[in-house]
Design a protein around this ligand. Structure first.
Ligand code: ZN
Length: 305
């Protein structure tokens, strides 16, 4: 039977080995036990440090509340340059405090724990500022994300991702009202995704830039608009129409580059669909009336009695 470990240091060692195995709940209990033991032994600083470790076990990035994260950040600050070890990466309380301070700002922006929704432009400014703070960490690895996900991420890489998300967020808010401005923000997002090494999202943002920057004049009414899928859409046209000359009233195209589809503004498409609905409903009514008349005729032919 293994000897019973009774002192704070032994309990803390057990807790640290549970961290290394990824058992964060088990580790939290052991850290709390170690903290109590250190306090009894009169080792106040070690008790505080074990307490900090215990709280770190539940400071999961993307889940913990901004209040919890900023509280823990202040607590760690008070421990100064105390060495800490989480998983395989040695660090200090001060470094963790700074990283958790940034995490808290991110959690605030996420709207975690019921914080009030932030207007798009204000949110964008705050996200860009936060991204810059992460970029200033350079190659410093983010300790908690690595601990919980086992994937190392540097401050600058996180900064690139946050910048991309900031650009996409604002672009999304602008799409309906200002497609060309939205296109520019999707373009910036695409560049940030590329820097972050996410080619898939870079390509997706570039595709949105492409369709939002298309400007066209409506094939039917001639109104000018921008943003394919926003202010106008493509509608297939008969092959004979493809030979028709474009209207000269606008320098903008009213057919797509293939010539097989026309650009039609949202005003015209909504009118077309209203008229189509009316025709369809009139047809339904006429059909129903005919069927009713036929049923009545059949009934009248049935023998009575
Ligand atoms: Zn139109």
């Amino acid at each position: 039977m293994a000897p019973l470990i009774k002192d704070g240091s032994g309990l803390q060692e057990q807790a640290l080995s549970l961290v290394a195995r990824g058992d964060f709940n088990g580790a939290q209990e052991k850290f709390l036990a170690a903290s109590r033991k250190f306090a009894k032994e009169g080792r106040v600083r070690d008790a505080s440090k074990a307490q900090a470790y215990a709280q770190l076990m539940v400071a999961r990035p993307g889940m913990a509340s901004p209040q919890m994260l900023s509280g823990l950040s202040s607590y760690l600050s008070s421990l100064g340059d105390e060495p800490m070890l989480l998983g395989a990466r040695p660090t200090t309380a001060r470094t963790l405090a700074a990283q958790l301070g940034l995490e808290a700002r991110e959690a605030q922006l996420d709207g975690r724990a019921g914080s009030i929704p932030i207007p798009p432009q204000q949110r964008y400014d705050a996200q860009r500022e936060l991204a810059l703070s992460y970029q200033q960490l350079g190659d410093e690895v983010l300790i908690l994300p690595e601990l919980f996900t086992r994937v190392p991420q540097t401050g600058s890489a996180k900064g690139h991702v946050l910048s991309a998300l900031a650009e996409e967020g604002l672009a999304g808010a602008l799409v309906g009202s200002d497609p060309l401005n939205a296109a520019e923000h999707f373009q910036s997002a695409s560049q940030w995704w590329r820097l972050a090494g996410d080619e898939g999202r870079a390509a997706e943002a570039a595709r949105k830039t492409g369709s939002l920057s298309v400007r066209a004049s409506c094939w039917i009414c001639g109104r000018q608009g921008s943003g394919h899928g926003v202010q106008f859409v493509s509608i297939p046209i008969a092959p004979e129409s493809a030979a028709l000359r474009e209207s000269e009233s606008s320098p903008l195209p009213s057919r797509d580059p293939t010539g097989r589809s026309a650009y039609v503004c949202k005003g015209c498409t909504s009118m077309i669909s209203d008229v189509a609905d009316q025709i369809a409903s009139a047809r339904d009514q006429a059909l129903e009336a005919r069927v009713m008349a036929q049923i009545a005729a059949l009934r009248s032919q049935m023998p009575r009695g």
